[in-house]
Design a protein around this ligand. Structure first.
Ligand SMILES: [Zn+2]
Length: 262
Protein backbone atom coordinates (compact mmCIF):
# COMPACT_ATOMS: atom_id res chain seq x y z
CA UNK A 1 0.00 0.00 0.00
CA UNK A 2 1.17 3.48 -0.77
CA UNK A 3 0.31 6.92 0.56
CA UNK A 4 -0.19 10.15 -1.31
CA UNK A 5 1.77 13.33 -0.69
CA UNK A 6 0.47 16.47 -2.40
CA UNK A 7 3.71 18.18 -3.45
CA UNK A 8 1.95 21.07 -5.22
CA UNK A 9 -1.58 21.82 -6.36
CA UNK A 10 -2.59 18.81 -8.50
CA UNK A 11 0.91 17.33 -8.35
CA UNK A 12 0.99 14.23 -6.17
CA UNK A 13 3.59 11.67 -5.19
CA UNK A 14 2.66 8.19 -4.05
CA UNK A 15 5.20 6.75 -1.63
CA UNK A 16 5.82 3.04 -1.14
CA UNK A 17 7.74 1.19 1.53
CA UNK A 18 8.92 -1.34 -1.08
CA UNK A 19 12.22 0.04 -2.46
CA UNK A 20 11.20 3.43 -1.00
CA UNK A 21 9.66 3.97 -4.44
CA UNK A 22 7.94 7.22 -5.41
CA UNK A 23 5.58 7.48 -8.36
CA UNK A 24 3.66 10.53 -9.49
CA UNK A 25 0.32 11.91 -10.57
CA UNK A 26 -0.31 15.22 -12.36
CA UNK A 27 -3.95 16.28 -12.59
CA UNK A 28 -5.02 18.63 -15.37
CA UNK A 29 -8.39 20.01 -16.40
CA UNK A 30 -9.20 17.26 -18.89
CA UNK A 31 -6.81 14.38 -18.23
CA UNK A 32 -4.20 13.18 -15.78
CA UNK A 33 -0.70 11.82 -16.15
CA UNK A 34 0.77 8.95 -14.15
CA UNK A 35 4.56 9.13 -13.72
CA UNK A 36 5.90 5.54 -13.47
CA UNK A 37 3.75 2.52 -12.69
CA UNK A 38 5.49 0.40 -10.03
CA UNK A 39 7.20 -2.96 -10.32
CA UNK A 40 4.42 -5.44 -11.10
CA UNK A 41 0.74 -5.74 -11.99
CA UNK A 42 -0.28 -5.75 -8.33
CA UNK A 43 1.53 -2.49 -7.61
CA UNK A 44 0.14 -1.03 -10.82
CA UNK A 45 -3.41 -2.03 -9.87
CA UNK A 46 -3.03 -0.54 -6.38
CA UNK A 47 -1.78 2.69 -7.98
CA UNK A 48 -4.59 2.75 -10.55
CA UNK A 49 -7.21 2.38 -7.79
CA UNK A 50 -5.50 5.10 -5.74
CA UNK A 51 -5.50 7.45 -8.75
CA UNK A 52 -9.23 6.84 -9.13
CA UNK A 53 -9.76 8.05 -5.55
CA UNK A 54 -8.12 11.34 -6.58
CA UNK A 55 -9.59 11.91 -10.04
CA UNK A 56 -12.00 10.30 -12.53
CA UNK A 57 -10.19 11.92 -15.52
CA UNK A 58 -8.79 9.76 -18.34
CA UNK A 59 -5.14 8.95 -17.86
CA UNK A 60 -1.90 8.75 -19.77
CA UNK A 61 1.33 7.22 -18.48
CA UNK A 62 4.92 8.40 -18.73
CA UNK A 63 7.84 6.12 -17.79
CA UNK A 64 10.95 7.88 -16.49
CA UNK A 65 13.06 4.85 -17.51
CA UNK A 66 12.89 1.12 -18.12
CA UNK A 67 13.94 -0.25 -14.71
CA UNK A 68 11.35 -2.77 -13.52
CA UNK A 69 10.30 -0.87 -10.40
CA UNK A 70 9.28 2.10 -12.57
CA UNK A 71 7.83 0.40 -15.65
CA UNK A 72 6.45 -3.08 -14.92
CA UNK A 73 3.07 -1.98 -13.53
CA UNK A 74 1.87 -0.38 -16.75
CA UNK A 75 -0.61 -3.10 -17.76
CA UNK A 76 -2.97 -1.91 -14.99
CA UNK A 77 -3.45 1.32 -17.00
CA UNK A 78 -3.67 -0.15 -20.52
CA UNK A 79 -5.04 0.69 -22.96
CA UNK A 80 -3.77 4.25 -22.80
CA UNK A 81 -1.03 6.46 -24.23
CA UNK A 82 2.32 5.44 -22.71
CA UNK A 83 5.12 7.97 -23.13
CA UNK A 84 8.83 7.24 -22.74
CA UNK A 85 12.16 7.95 -24.31
CA UNK A 86 12.73 6.05 -27.57
CA UNK A 87 15.55 4.03 -25.99
CA UNK A 88 13.33 3.11 -23.03
CA UNK A 89 11.12 1.19 -25.44
CA UNK A 90 14.18 -0.31 -27.16
CA UNK A 91 15.57 -1.41 -23.79
CA UNK A 92 12.27 -3.00 -22.73
CA UNK A 93 12.17 -4.87 -26.05
CA UNK A 94 15.79 -6.02 -25.74
CA UNK A 95 16.05 -6.63 -21.98
CA UNK A 96 12.52 -6.64 -20.54
CA UNK A 97 12.20 -10.43 -20.33
CA UNK A 98 15.67 -10.72 -18.87
CA UNK A 99 14.88 -8.02 -16.30
CA UNK A 100 11.69 -9.87 -15.36
CA UNK A 101 13.53 -13.15 -14.81
CA UNK A 102 16.36 -11.46 -12.91
CA UNK A 103 14.08 -9.72 -10.43
CA UNK A 104 11.71 -12.66 -10.02
CA UNK A 105 14.77 -14.76 -9.14
CA UNK A 106 16.07 -12.02 -6.82
CA UNK A 107 12.83 -11.92 -4.79
CA UNK A 108 12.54 -15.72 -4.77
CA UNK A 109 16.07 -15.95 -3.33
CA UNK A 110 15.10 -13.41 -0.67
CA UNK A 111 12.22 -15.75 0.26
CA UNK A 112 9.51 -13.41 -1.01
CA UNK A 113 7.66 -15.83 -3.29
CA UNK A 114 4.59 -13.59 -3.53
CA UNK A 115 6.47 -10.67 -5.09
CA UNK A 116 8.54 -13.08 -7.21
CA UNK A 117 5.35 -14.65 -8.62
CA UNK A 118 3.86 -11.23 -9.34
CA UNK A 119 6.96 -10.10 -11.24
CA UNK A 120 7.14 -13.40 -13.13
CA UNK A 121 3.53 -12.89 -14.25
CA UNK A 122 4.05 -9.33 -15.53
CA UNK A 123 2.84 -8.64 -19.05
CA UNK A 124 5.16 -5.99 -20.42
CA UNK A 125 3.45 -2.99 -21.99
CA UNK A 126 5.69 -1.12 -24.42
CA UNK A 127 5.60 2.68 -24.62
CA UNK A 128 4.02 3.86 -27.87
CA UNK A 129 4.49 7.64 -27.63
CA UNK A 130 8.22 8.06 -28.01
CA UNK A 131 10.33 11.05 -27.02
CA UNK A 132 13.82 11.96 -28.19
CA UNK A 133 14.72 15.16 -26.34
CA UNK A 134 11.44 16.92 -25.72
CA UNK A 135 7.68 16.55 -25.82
CA UNK A 136 4.93 18.80 -24.51
CA UNK A 137 1.64 17.45 -23.15
CA UNK A 138 -1.52 19.43 -22.51
CA UNK A 139 -3.62 17.91 -19.73
CA UNK A 140 -6.27 20.62 -20.20
CA UNK A 141 -5.10 23.97 -18.92
CA UNK A 142 -1.97 22.35 -17.58
CA UNK A 143 1.24 21.96 -19.52
CA UNK A 144 3.69 19.16 -18.82
CA UNK A 145 7.14 19.01 -20.44
CA UNK A 146 8.93 15.69 -20.92
CA UNK A 147 12.67 16.20 -21.27
CA UNK A 148 15.71 14.02 -21.81
CA UNK A 149 18.97 15.55 -20.55
CA UNK A 150 21.42 12.98 -21.94
CA UNK A 151 22.75 9.77 -20.42
CA UNK A 152 22.93 9.74 -16.60
CA UNK A 153 21.22 7.08 -14.43
CA UNK A 154 20.43 5.26 -17.69
CA UNK A 155 20.81 6.18 -21.36
CA UNK A 156 17.15 7.19 -21.61
CA UNK A 157 16.02 9.04 -18.46
CA UNK A 158 13.03 11.35 -18.90
CA UNK A 159 12.21 14.10 -16.43
CA UNK A 160 8.63 15.31 -16.11
CA UNK A 161 8.35 19.06 -15.53
CA UNK A 162 5.16 20.84 -14.51
CA UNK A 163 6.26 24.47 -15.00
CA UNK A 164 3.34 26.35 -13.43
CA UNK A 165 3.47 24.12 -10.34
CA UNK A 166 7.25 24.57 -9.98
CA UNK A 167 7.68 20.81 -9.74
CA UNK A 168 9.82 18.30 -11.59
CA UNK A 169 9.76 14.50 -11.38
CA UNK A 170 13.42 13.55 -11.70
CA UNK A 171 13.12 9.76 -11.96
CA UNK A 172 16.26 8.09 -10.61
CA UNK A 173 18.45 11.06 -11.61
CA UNK A 174 17.87 12.11 -7.99
CA UNK A 175 17.53 9.72 -5.04
CA UNK A 176 16.59 10.69 -1.51
CA UNK A 177 17.28 8.36 1.42
CA UNK A 178 19.63 6.11 -0.55
CA UNK A 179 22.61 6.63 -2.86
CA UNK A 180 22.13 7.00 -6.62
CA UNK A 181 22.27 3.68 -8.48
CA UNK A 182 24.98 3.07 -11.06
CA UNK A 183 24.02 -0.32 -12.59
CA UNK A 184 23.21 1.15 -16.04
CA UNK A 185 24.63 4.60 -15.36
CA UNK A 186 26.95 7.02 -17.17
CA UNK A 187 28.68 8.62 -14.19
CA UNK A 188 30.71 11.12 -16.24
CA UNK A 189 27.58 12.58 -17.82
CA UNK A 190 25.34 12.53 -14.76
CA UNK A 191 26.32 15.95 -13.25
CA UNK A 192 25.41 17.82 -16.45
CA UNK A 193 21.95 16.20 -16.45
CA UNK A 194 21.48 17.53 -12.90
CA UNK A 195 22.60 20.97 -14.12
CA UNK A 196 19.78 20.84 -16.65
CA UNK A 197 17.29 19.91 -13.89
CA UNK A 198 18.55 22.81 -11.75
CA UNK A 199 18.23 25.13 -14.76
CA UNK A 200 14.47 24.41 -14.84
CA UNK A 201 14.38 26.47 -11.64
CA UNK A 202 11.68 24.26 -10.09
CA UNK A 203 11.64 24.58 -6.29
CA UNK A 204 10.10 21.11 -5.87
CA UNK A 205 12.09 18.09 -7.05
CA UNK A 206 10.49 14.66 -6.84
CA UNK A 207 12.97 11.75 -6.78
CA UNK A 208 12.19 8.25 -8.07
CA UNK A 209 12.97 6.92 -4.59
CA UNK A 210 12.55 8.80 -1.31
CA UNK A 211 10.77 11.97 -0.26
CA UNK A 212 10.36 15.23 -2.19
CA UNK A 213 13.47 17.43 -2.07
CA UNK A 214 14.52 20.95 -3.04
CA UNK A 215 17.20 22.44 -5.26
CA UNK A 216 19.66 22.57 -2.37
CA UNK A 217 19.46 18.78 -2.05
CA UNK A 218 20.00 18.35 -5.80
CA UNK A 219 23.07 20.60 -5.67
CA UNK A 220 24.47 18.42 -2.87
CA UNK A 221 23.91 15.22 -4.83
CA UNK A 222 25.41 16.90 -7.89
CA UNK A 223 28.60 17.71 -5.91
CA UNK A 224 28.95 14.03 -4.95
CA UNK A 225 28.36 12.95 -8.55
CA UNK A 226 31.04 15.41 -9.74
CA UNK A 227 33.43 13.59 -7.44
CA UNK A 228 32.37 10.24 -8.91
CA UNK A 229 32.83 11.62 -12.45
CA UNK A 230 36.33 12.78 -11.53
CA UNK A 231 37.20 9.32 -10.20
CA UNK A 232 35.94 7.80 -13.48
CA UNK A 233 38.14 10.17 -15.48
CA UNK A 234 41.16 9.18 -13.39
CA UNK A 235 40.44 5.51 -13.98
CA UNK A 236 40.17 6.18 -17.73
CA UNK A 237 43.47 8.12 -17.63
CA UNK A 238 45.15 5.28 -15.74
CA UNK A 239 46.02 7.41 -12.70
CA UNK A 240 43.73 5.36 -10.44
CA UNK A 241 42.80 1.70 -10.45
CA UNK A 242 39.10 0.85 -10.52
CA UNK A 243 39.40 -0.58 -7.00
CA UNK A 244 40.98 2.65 -5.70
CA UNK A 245 38.21 4.67 -7.32
CA UNK A 246 35.49 2.55 -5.75
CA UNK A 247 37.16 2.92 -2.34
CA UNK A 248 37.29 6.73 -2.69
CA UNK A 249 33.74 7.07 -4.04
CA UNK A 250 31.12 8.79 -1.86
CA UNK A 251 29.04 5.71 -2.78
CA UNK A 252 31.54 2.82 -2.55
CA UNK A 253 28.77 0.20 -2.33
CA UNK A 254 27.01 1.44 -5.46
CA UNK A 255 29.74 2.60 -7.81
CA UNK A 256 30.38 -0.61 -9.73
CA UNK A 257 33.43 -1.46 -11.76
CA UNK A 258 31.16 -1.78 -14.80
CA UNK A 259 29.95 1.80 -14.38
CA UNK A 260 33.55 3.00 -14.09
CA UNK A 261 34.32 1.53 -17.49
CA UNK A 262 31.62 3.61 -19.19
ZN1 LIG B 1 16.43 3.15 -11.99
Amino acid sequence: MGRWIEAADGVLVRRYQELDLSVGLVVGGESCLIVDTGGDAGQGAELAAAVREVTPLPWQVVLTHSHFDHSFGTEAFAPCAVWAHRRCRADLVANGEQQREKWARHYRELGDAKVADRIAAVRLVLPDYLVDDYAQLDLGGRRVDLRHFGPAHSDHDLVVHVPEAGAVFAGDLVEEGAPPQFGDAFPQDWPSALDRILALDAPIVLPGHGDPVDRHFVRGQRAELVLVAELCREVAAGTLTAEQAVARSPYPEELTLAALAR
